[in-house]
Structure formats: structure tokens, C-alpha cells
Design a protein around this ligand. Structure first.
Ligand SMILES: Cc1cc2nc3c(=O)[nH]c(=O)nc-3n(C[C@H](O)[C@H](O)[C@H](O)COP(=O)(O)OP(=O)(O)OC[C@H]3O[C@@H](n4cnc5c(N)ncnc54)[C@H](O)[C@@H]3O)c2cc1C
Ligand SMILES: *[C@@H]1O[C@H](CO)[C@@H](O)[C@H](O)[C@H]1NC(C)=O
Ligand SMILES: *[C@@H]1O[C@H](CO)[C@@H](O)[C@H](O)[C@H]1NC(C)=O
Ligand SMILES: *[C@@H]1O[C@H](CO)[C@@H](O)[C@H](O)[C@H]1NC(C)=O
Ligand SMILES: *[C@@H]1O[C@H](CO)[C@@H](O)[C@H](O)[C@H]1NC(C)=O
Ligand SMILES: *[C@@H]1O[C@H](CO)[C@@H](O)[C@H](O)[C@H]1NC(C)=O
Ligand SMILES: *[C@@H]1O[C@H](CO)[C@@H](O)[C@H](O)[C@H]1NC(C)=O
Ligand SMILES: *[C@@H]1O[C@H](CO)[C@@H](O)[C@H](O)[C@H]1NC(C)=O
Length: 646
């Protein structure tokens, strides 16, 4: 993603910046030897989902204890836009993230995907881009469609469709209407009926926009795209304002470490946190998977001594999309070929663990203005020390105002394939055919071949995706804009699938991530449709009046003239393989489709063990993932609480 102008601001040598992390430190434990003998619940991973569950369990059961084991520390990581750092040079550099470089991606000229995960209390919600949107109703209905076909799911009272999740989306956040002057200044609209919760995880409209924000919105309107009042209520095919995950008054980042831990732990003696410890694996004494919950083996991240922790009720894995499957695989739970390469016994054959990896990806459209532009305010203004000093004091004022209150941006275009491409029905017909009898196996990792359920499940997903992408109201493309002269085109529903597996050479280190972006050639067809449509932006009056000229593909001439092959070659060399929205590596799908957990999020075949994080999503949704992670975790907590309240 091109953040150059935003980075410029972040890297300015601004005045001294002090920020007292609003975290409660007192109850945090740093040594396993200081823990209690046992806990009712142990949660592996104090991130977005894990802390949501821990908060709800400690609230519901004052007499039951919950221990969260977190790899990182309790610390402040600068937001993408907080002075004096940026996402790329700030949070990522502070050691508060896991940094993954994928295996070379053959269909992207052997480039690697670079992706990260939060490594601190709050997890990825503490370092993400703060774009806080929900998918469209059809995305979650597609989950239910991908799950249909086995009694576990068909007869379960837990419905993982839009109607089953919407109450938990509402519960998971507090939406605050912007002040009237702010709403009027930027034309913000919203519909309170999409919200209504009081959880201290905040969704707010930032009191700032750059002067050229409206250019993209005007261009999209000229292209005939509908402006929507609200995009969080299930209908999202149009131009959206997305809320930002920030406090409505201070405009500081709101994340799970604050809202689901620091804000509540003071009154919860039953809520404990062990930081700087890695959950290495879970162990069933005697190998008896029926007598759960398992022991939880941990080590200090700077040490090699292993400790067993005892959970009396349940163990919940919430270590994120890369580390949750790694914990399962180190426990001997996974695909037989992956486990055997680790030189450990197969404890439970669950071939889907680490497979089904998906992420948002796509090319970017850029343009140049050939006429002088005078957008005010503009990131260039930050080079003016008077303006920059005013920006800093506005951020510290009550209520906060100014450029630092805007994170990555909050304008988005979401559009369905039929709405943007005259050949949509040919593409979706090919996806459907591939799902039924086509050579789908050709596009999958070899690991799919030795486990027929995985291929069956993938074909079933293709069926659900063909239906989703044919729906004229279900977005396939996302474009986001804050300022500048480029827009990323995000492919919301990829068909390609990657793999996460523990590295046999370093089993406790970062797992090996194999992205395989665009390994399904129909993804390339979708990127192409998106790009052919969105380059139309450059010809709109909104951009033409500033003398806009398309600057992609680059000056080399590759792809000029729009020949598909040249465009494809350019995309292979330039498209972004990860927008940091990885998911789906311990999917909630029927066993006969290679699923790892059931509709109650229990690991099939393993007593007392659940997974609650973005790993359980069956397929990607058309949104940045944090809001969905919170909602899924709220629903999971509700399921767990009902079970133990009996
Ligand atoms: C840089 C970045 C930008 C993003 N931008 C956006 C955005 O703008 N909007 C949006 O909605 N979403 C965004 N996302 C995605 C979103 O934040 C994540 O998908 C979501 O927060 C994931 O939640 P989770 O609970 O699955 O995992 P996480 O929140 O990542 O939590 C996992 C936790 O487990 C811990 N852990 C890992 N391994 C172990 C172990 N072995 N033992 C103990 N603890 C362990 C980690 O340290 C971490 O705290 C972004 C993500 C990133 C990384
Ligand atoms: C990143 O941060 C380092 C140390 O704070 C600083 O020296 C460097 O100039 C920064 N780079 C950018 C691109 O902001
Ligand atoms: C990618 O790497 C593989 C294996 O090294 C090689 O066979 C292939 O030709 C490379 N592809 C490109 C486009 O460089
Ligand atoms: C943890 O418990 C399991 C099962 O009883 C045992 O095999 C393992 O050695 C124990 N680990 C430690 C570090 O005590
Ligand atoms: C590991 O870190 C903890 C907490 O910071 C410290 O108390 C301990 O001495 C360290 N152990 C080693 C082996 O460095
Ligand atoms: C046009 O934009 C591209 C990329 O955004 C840039 O590399 C190039 O220098 C620009 N050209 C002109 C003439 O401004
Ligand atoms: C710098 O910014 C201040 C405050 O916005 C403005 O009054 C002043 O004219 C600017 N100076 C220049 C040289 O643009
Ligand atoms: C595809 O769409 C076009 C126009 O919308 C329509 O005429 C045609 O019949 C459709 N083809 C199929 C296979 O659905």
C-alpha cells in the first residue's frame, strides 16, 4: 500500500510526545511460577478475540477464574497515525508485532507477501489501521452456505449467518454520533439502528478529512455508485463512511487491550494475565482426547523451561490466524503430512489445520494531476511548522481535533461484480463450473490431495462463492481513499488458498506461511475486472478538472493500451498480496469439508478445547476483519457462557 504522504507526516520530527498508556499493570503476571495452581478457563492469546472472551467469562462467572496467556507485553504501540510514528516505522518497529514473510508466490513472480500480527496485549486490534467496518449480510450468509450439508451444522441452534451475528456486532461496540459541526463539515451520515451496544470498544467518526477526500467520493458518484447512509447494517454495495476504532472524545485508538482488559480488570479478581509467555502446545495426559480439557504447556519467551498449566473447564485458543494453527500442529493435531514432518506423533487427524488460508489482495490504481492543485488541508501542510504544531495541540485538546485524529482513512467504495463488470456472469459461471467438475485440485497445495475432505470442502466453497459473486448486491471490490493519488483495489473474495505450517527447523518460532496468492487463475480474472472498472475514475470530471492522467501501469509502457495480458503481467509484478486480513486456518466447517471446529467452536475430536479468533472464519468477508473478530468472539462467549451456566 502506498502510504508515502501519510508516512511523511509520521516521520516529521515533531515536538516531544508523551503518552501514558492507559493500561492497568498491577494485575499482570510475568512468571509462570507466580500463578495459581489451576484456572477454570485458560485463553491462549490476549488479542482481539481472546480478550473479548476473557472479559465476558469473568463478567458472567465471578466464581470462575480465567487466565490469559499472552506472548507479548502490555504496552503502548503507536497507532498508524499517532505522532511521532507511523504504522510502518512505528508499531512494526517496536517489536510489538510478529513479522511474516511468506514463501515466494509463484503466480506473483516469486515475490513474498509481507504480513504482520499484533504481539502485545490487545493483539492486532492494538496495531491495525483502525478501519472499523462490517461485511455485507451476504458475506456471512455465504459462511452458512459453505457450512450447510452436515447435521452438526444443519441442526445446530448456533447460526453463523448475518441474522445470527448481527446482535453480536451490535453488542460488541459503542458507536458515538459525531458532533454536529463535524458531521456537517464532512457530510458524515449514519444510522443508529446498526448499533446500540455499550461495550467500551469504540466506533467513532474522526473529526478530520484531508481536502482531497471528496475528489474520490465525487468520482465514484459520477461513475454511478450509490452513496449509502450506513454500511454496518448489512447492506454495503456503494460508497461508505467507515467508522474508526477510536475514542469519540480523545480520538485515541480503542482496542481489546483497553476495552476488554484494562477497563474491566480492576473489579475482576478472577481475571488474570500472564504476559511474555508463549503457549507451546496443549497436551492430553495419556493421549486421551476424550478427557479434556488438555494441559496447556507454556514457556517464557526468553526462556526454555516448559510449564504445564491446568484448566478445569476449558482451553480456548485465540493466538491468531498464524499462531493458533501452529499451537494445534505442535500438539499433534493437524494434517498427517505436516505433523509427521515435525517428528511427533499424530494425536488427532484434522487435515484442515493451517490450510484454507486467505487474505485480501489486489493491485493499485495511480494517477497524476497535470494542473496545479490546491487541496486544503493537505499532508504537505505538515511541512509547515506552524500547521504541524497546531495539529499536535489539536490532537491533545478536548475534544481532539485535527489530522492526527484520522487513522488510515474512512472512505470506501464497495461494489459487486455484476455492478462493475459486463462479463461478471461469465466469471461466476466459470467459478461455479470449477466447483462442480472443474480441475480445482490443480490450483491447490499438494496437502489437499491426500485429504479428500479438503478438496470436497473447497468445491463447496466455490459454489458458495459463485453465488455470492453473482449477487448484484454483494461487494467483490473495495477501494479505500484518504488523500493522494492512488487507490488500492482490494479483492474481497479470493478463490486461492494458502497454508500455514510449523517450521520443522524451528518448531517454536514463526510458522512457515505459504500465501499462494492468485494460484487460482480466476482470481486474476477478478482483479482484471476490478481494475478495468476502477480506472474509469481517472476520466471523471472530479479528477479531469485537475488534469488527472492515469499513472498505472508504470511508464515502462507495460499494459498501456489495456491489453489484458499486459495488465496481468503488470499485476503479477505489482499487486499487494496481503492487506493484513489473513483468516480461516482452523475453519468452522463440517468435518466432511475439512473443517476444524464445529458450530460451537469446539475442535472436532478434542474435549475441552475451542478456537476463537479469525482462524475460525470459513471464508473471508468483504470488510477489514477486526469488527468481525469481535462479533464472532462475542457470539463464542455467549455459547460458552450458556454451556457453563447450566
Ligand atoms: C497491521 C494490521 C493492520 C490491520 N488493519 C485493519 C484495519 O484497519 N481494520 C480492521 O478491521 N482490521 C485490520 N486488521 C485485521 C484485524 O486487526 C485482525 O484480523 C484481528 O484483529 C485479528 O484478531 P484475532 O483475535 O484473530 O488475533 P490477534 O488480535 O492478532 O490476537 C492474537 C494474540 O495472540 C498472541 N499470541 C500469538 N501466539 C501466541 C502463543 N503461542 N501464546 C500466547 N499468545 C500468543 C498474539 O501476541 C496476539 O496478542 C489489520 C491487521 C494488522 C496486523
Ligand atoms: C524511522 O524511525 C527511525 C528511528 O526512530 C528514524 O531514524 C527514521 O528516520 C524513521 N524512518 C522513517 C521513514 O520514518
Ligand atoms: C519462481 O521460482 C521457481 C522455483 O525456484 C522457478 O522455477 C520459477 O521459474 C520462478 N518463477 C519466476 C517467474 O521467476
Ligand atoms: C505436561 O503434562 C503432560 C501430560 O501429563 C506431560 O507429558 C508433560 O511432560 C508435561 N510437561 C511438563 C513441562 O511438565
Ligand atoms: C526473562 O524475563 C523476565 C521478565 O522480564 C525476567 O524476570 C527473567 O529473569 C528473564 N529470564 C531470563 C532467563 O533471561
Ligand atoms: C506520475 O505518478 C507516478 C506514480 O504515482 C510517478 O512515479 C511519476 O513520477 C508521476 N509523473 C509525473 C509526470 O508527475
Ligand atoms: C503555515 O501554516 C499557517 C497555519 O495554517 C498559515 O497561517 C501560514 O500561512 C502557513 N505558512 C506558509 C508559508 O504556508
Ligand atoms: C449474462 O448477462 C447478460 C447481460 O446481463 C445476459 O444477456 C446473459 O444472458 C447472461 N448470461 C448468462 C450465462 O447468464
Amino acid at each position: 500500500m502506498r502510504f508515502s504522504k501519510l508516512q511523511l507526516i509520521g516521520s516529521l520530527a515533531l515536538a516531544r510526545w508523551t503518552f501514558a498508556a492507559p493500561h492497568a499493570h498491577a494485575s499482570v503476571k510475568r512468571e509462570a511460577s507466580k500463578l495459581g495452581e489451576s484456572y477454570d478457563f485458560i485463553v491462549a492469546g490476549g488479542g482481539t478475540s481472546g480478550l473479548t472472551v476473557a472479559d465476558r467469562l469473568t463478567e458472567a462467572f465471578p466464581d470462575k477464574t480465567v487466565l490469559v496467556v499472552e506472548y507479548g507485553d502490555i504496552e503502548y504501540a503507536a497507532g498508524i497515525f499517532d505522532p511521532p510514528t507511523t504504522l510502518w516505522n512505528g508499531s512494526l518497529g517496536l517489536g510489538s508485532t510478529f513479522l511474516f514473510r511468506s514463501l515466494p508466490i509463484p503466480d506473483l513472480n516469486n515475490r513474498s507477501a509481507v504480513t504482520v500480527g499484533g504481539k502485545l496485549v490487545g493483539g492486532s486490534s492494538a496495531v491495525n489501521g483502525m478501519f472499523f467496518d462490517r461485511g455485507s449480510r451476504f458475506d456471512y450468509d455465504a459462511w452458512a452456505q459453505a457450512q450447510a450439508g452436515e447435521r452438526d451444522f444443519d441442526e445446530s441452534p448456533e447460526k453463523w449467518n448475518w441474522d445470527g451475528l448481527f446482535p453480536f456486532f451490535k453488542k460488541s461496540v459503542t458507536f458515538t454520533e459525531p458532533d454536529a459541526d463535524v458531521a456537517a463539515a464532512y457530510g458524515y451520515t449514519w444510522d443508529k439502528s446498526a448499533y446500540g451496544g455499550t461495550t467500551p470498544i469504540y466506533a467513532s467518526m474522526p473529526p478530520f478529512e484531508w481536502g482531497d477526500n471528496g475528489v474520490a467520493r465525487e468520482a465514484w458518484k459520477e461513475m454511478g455508485v450509490k452513496v449509502l447512509t450506513e454500511c454496518a447494517g448489512g447492506d454495503k454495495n456503494g460508497i461508505c463512511w467507515a467508522p474508526t476504532s477510536e475514542h469519540p472524545v480523545t480520538a485515541r485508538r480503542s482496542h481489546a487491550g483497553i476495552g476488554h482488559y484494562s477497563a474491566v480488570v480492576g473489579s475482576r479478581p478472577n481475571y488474570e494475565m500472564l504476559v511474555k509467555h508463549q503457549v507451546t502446545r496443549v497436551v492430553y495426559p495419556g493421549g486421551d482426547l476424550k478427557s479434556g480439557p488438555p494441559m496447556v504447556e507454556v514457556r517464557a519467551v526468553n526462556g526454555s523451561v516448559l510449564f504445564n498449566l491446568t484448566a478445569k473447564a476449558e482451553v480456548i485458543l485465540s493466538a491468531g490466524v498464524f499462531n493458533t494453527p501452529a499451537i494445534l500442529q505442535r500438539s499433534g493435531i493437524g494434517h498427517q503430512s505436516i505433523i509427521s514432518r515435525l517428528g511427533i506423533p499424530l494425536v488427532l487427524d484434522s487435515p484442515g489445520v493451517g490450510l484454507n488460508l486467505q487474505d485480501h489482495s489486489g493491485p493499485s490504481l495511480s494517477w497524476n494531476y497535470t494542473k496545479p492543485t490546491h487541496f486544503t488541508p493537505s499532508p504537505d501542510d505538515m511541512l509547515n511548522s506552524t500547521f504541524a504544531a497546531a495539529a499536535l495541540s489539536a490532537f491533545d485538546a478536548t475534544p481532539a481535533r485535527g489530522p492526527f485524529t484520522l487513522a488510515m482513512g474512512n472512505s470506501g467504495l464497495f461494489l459487486s461484480l455484476p455492478a462493475l463488470s459486463p462479463t461478471a456472469n461469465q466469471t461466476t459461471a466459470r467459478i461455479a463450473a470449477l466447483g462442480i467438475t472443474g480441475p480445482a485440485q490443480m490450483y491447490l497445495h499438494n496437502l489437499y490431495m491426500s485429504a479428500p475432505a479438503l478438496l470436497t470442502g473447497y468445491r463447496h466453497q466455490l459454489g458458495a462463492l459463485a453465488a455470492l459473486l453473482s449477487n448484484p448486491a454483494a461487494p467483490s471490490l473495495e477501494a479505500v481513499f484518504a488523500t493522494g493519488t492512488s487507490v488500492p483495489l482490494i479483492n474481497l473474495h479470493p478463490l486461492s488458498r494458502g497454508v500455514v505450517r510449523v517450521d520443522p527447523a524451528d518448531p517454536l518460532g514463526l510458522p512457515i506461511v505459504d500465501y499462494r496468492t492468485a494460484s487460482n487463475p480466476l482470481d486474476m480474472e477478478v482483479y482484471l475486472s476490478h481494475f478495468r472498472y476502477l480506472r474509469g475514475m481517472v476520466g471523471t470530471q472530479a479528477l479531469a478538472r485537475h488534469g488527472a492522467r492515469e499513472a498505472t501501469p508504470p511508464a515502462s509502457g507495460e499494459g498501456k493500451g489495456g491489453e489484458d495480458e499486459a495488465l496481468v503481467a503488470w499485476m503479477r509484478g505489482s499487486l499487494t498480496p496481503s492487506y493484513m486480513h489473513a483468516c480461516c486456518t482452523a475453519a468452522m466447517l463440517p468435518r466432511r469439508f475439512g473443517g476444524v471446529v464445529g458450530p460451537d467452536l469446539k475442535v472436532f475430536g478434542a474435549a475441552g478445547l475451542r478456537v476463537v479468533d479469525a482462524s475460525v472464519f470459513p471464508m473471508l468477508v468483504g470488510a477489514h476483519l477486526s469488527a468481525t473478530a469481535y462479533a464472532v468472539a462475542e457470539k463464542a462467549a455467549d455459547i460458552i457462557i450458556r454451556k457453563w451456566a447450566e
